[in-house]
Design a protein around this ligand. Sequence first.
Ligand code: NAG
Ligand code: NAG
Ligand code: NAG
Ligand code: NAG
Ligand code: NAG
Ligand code: NAG
Ligand code: NAG
Ligand code: NAG
Ligand code: NAG
Ligand code: NAG
Ligand code: NAG
Length: 515
Amino acid sequence: MASHSHRPILPWALLLVIISCSLGVNVSAATFSIAEATVTELQAAFKQNILNSTQLVEFYLSQILALNGKIRGIIEVNPDVFILAAQADAERKAGTANSTSGLHGIPVLLKDNISTQDMLNTTAGSFALLGSVVPRDAGVAEKLRAAGAIILGKAALSEWAHYRGSLPNGWSARGGQVLNPYVMAADPCGSSTGSAVSVASNMVAVSLGTETDGSILCPAYSNSVVGIKPTLGLTSRAGVVPISPRQDTVGPICRTVTDAVYVLDAIAGYDPYDSATEAALQYIPPGGYLQYLNASGLKGKRLGIIRNPFFIFPNGSFMAQAYQNLFQILSQNGAILVDNLQIANLSAIFSSQSGEGYALLTEFKIALNSYLSELVSSPIKTLADAIAFNLNYSTLEMIPQYGQTLFLEAENTTGITDPLYQEALASMKSLTENGIVKLMMDNNLDAIVTSNSTITPVLAIGGFPGITVPAGYSPNGVPFSICFSGLQGYEPRLIEIAYSFEQATMLRKPPSFLV
Ligand SMILES: *[C@@H]1O[C@H](CO)[C@@H](O)[C@H](O)[C@H]1NC(C)=O
Ligand SMILES: *[C@@H]1O[C@H](CO)[C@@H](O)[C@H](O)[C@H]1NC(C)=O
Ligand SMILES: *[C@@H]1O[C@H](CO)[C@@H](O)[C@H](O)[C@H]1NC(C)=O
Ligand SMILES: *[C@@H]1O[C@H](CO)[C@@H](O)[C@H](O)[C@H]1NC(C)=O
Ligand SMILES: *[C@@H]1O[C@H](CO)[C@@H](O)[C@H](O)[C@H]1NC(C)=O
Ligand SMILES: *[C@@H]1O[C@H](CO)[C@@H](O)[C@H](O)[C@H]1NC(C)=O
Ligand SMILES: *[C@@H]1O[C@H](CO)[C@@H](O)[C@H](O)[C@H]1NC(C)=O
Ligand SMILES: *[C@@H]1O[C@H](CO)[C@@H](O)[C@H](O)[C@H]1NC(C)=O
Ligand SMILES: *[C@@H]1O[C@H](CO)[C@@H](O)[C@H](O)[C@H]1NC(C)=O
Ligand SMILES: *[C@@H]1O[C@H](CO)[C@@H](O)[C@H](O)[C@H]1NC(C)=O
Ligand SMILES: *[C@@H]1O[C@H](CO)[C@@H](O)[C@H](O)[C@H]1NC(C)=O
């Protein structure tokens, strides 16, 4: 239906010929298309003078005009986007572009809970933060600007990153309902919904999402794109509307592993405004992450397959067969599959017994009040104000059945000296040590393999990384993926595994907007 819009906008480029390029990729001017191009290909096209950033921005704005009314992935477009593109083009011409960055001149979309000190609002999807003035760029936004990326706009999300009440995935008062571009009636998941659907449908080159528990991996899974949820502290959370500093992470959501790794390289690192980034510096390899884009990366990797509960399908069903084929591909590419493993106490991790829910309520109140207190100005200054705002402007914010239960429960918490809070922390620590850590150590694993994002509480309470990669489509067109995850600092091997799997399968297709 909208597939006609996935076309190059460079008819004049037909006249040009294949030219070589130092990035190790040649793009052919005759066949080059912005839609679906990787960052490597976009950089090659810049270098070969068949593309500039201004044209790239024009293309994405035309996609946004054509598609955003339907899928609502983008909440605001940066009014300065052409100024930024012209600046990138001028730097490239003058030879002053940041030569160590793959993102120079590349448009990026930020989830609407990541602060930018520009014309864009930062609202977590809520009218309560509209017009608030942030003290500075978020740490990750500052790093993207240093890399030369162009901030194209803000992505819609599940309001307050799904930490208000029982809102539908992808709904916010400001953004409305984000839809899944593959099957519009299918769950788009959240909370980084707009980031996922916008890259999936080529409304932007790359995007950032945030995850406290599932908010990157789940929408990436549901919208057939790659999501990286990094080790806690690998990327700065400063200037990000928080839920919990113990669990919040910022990571890439992109069409390919390659694109996601370019973004990770640009945003990982120390930020004086987030002390967790100092502790995580030890995990960042010299030379960054691009070196792990190795098509032979599966070779010799020990992968633990957690069938129960992630791959329990009726025998002979489409999904059972699909994942069986994928396991075979992993093995044919040199991975050593350690099958039928179990994570100890998994049902406890999935239940309220884990302590995660309780701890998040306590942490959310403290962290949100701290974020709000640092705003230069804002309609609300505390969580209590946010609750009052929602009641006061109920026609804007409060579809009654969505409620604000989590806000109310969080407001009731009494801080980190609460003995129940301390118990919750101890429980999560024990479940992590006895669970995924013990399993991976005992079996000497490089990664565990799961299907959908139901693994995310395990990663969330441990501060552990995961990568999800598109793995196919159900007979009615709904995407599914495969998820590789590990312990803190395992990004290099997870990237090798994910990239090698992606290159061996190349299963992602652009969306077809089925109703
Ligand atoms: C790119 O094209 C040039 C000239 O045709 C060729 O010498 C070079 O090997 C090509 N590079 C790649 C990575 O294909
Ligand atoms: C970008 O490329 C187009 C087509 O070649 C050209 O018309 C335009 O002037 C270029 N813009 C900049 C800012 O270099
Ligand atoms: C930011 O919000 C204000 C309303 O407070 C609105 O006028 C403005 O257009 C918004 N900015 C963008 C870039 O949409
Ligand atoms: C260039 O970009 C990289 C990230 O890709 C960043 O670490 C570095 O600070 C940037 N250099 C400058 C001079 O801004
Ligand atoms: C913003 O990002 C953090 C990082 O994951 C996320 O946990 C949080 O839910 C988001 N907050 C809001 C209010 O949108
Ligand atoms: C890629 O992985 C293979 C298999 O592990 C290894 O032999 C090779 O050295 C790697 N290549 C690079 C460039 O690291
Ligand atoms: C997702 O994971 C759950 C287990 O947590 C499982 O019941 C379900 O079948 C999985 N679905 C898919 C499509 O992988
Ligand atoms: C599927 O078949 C195998 C034997 O081939 C059997 O052991 C297993 O219990 C069956 N699983 C289901 C879910 O029916
Ligand atoms: C509630 O609405 C009134 C009237 O618009 C306004 O003066 C007041 O500041 C609002 N209170 C909150 C907490 O938003
Ligand atoms: C908040 O605490 C009060 C007093 O203990 C209790 O009555 C109320 O139900 C609590 N509200 C929520 C949402 O937990
Ligand atoms: C988890 O499992 C281990 C071993 O099965 C057990 O010793 C431990 O008590 C369980 N509970 C927790 C909270 O870790």
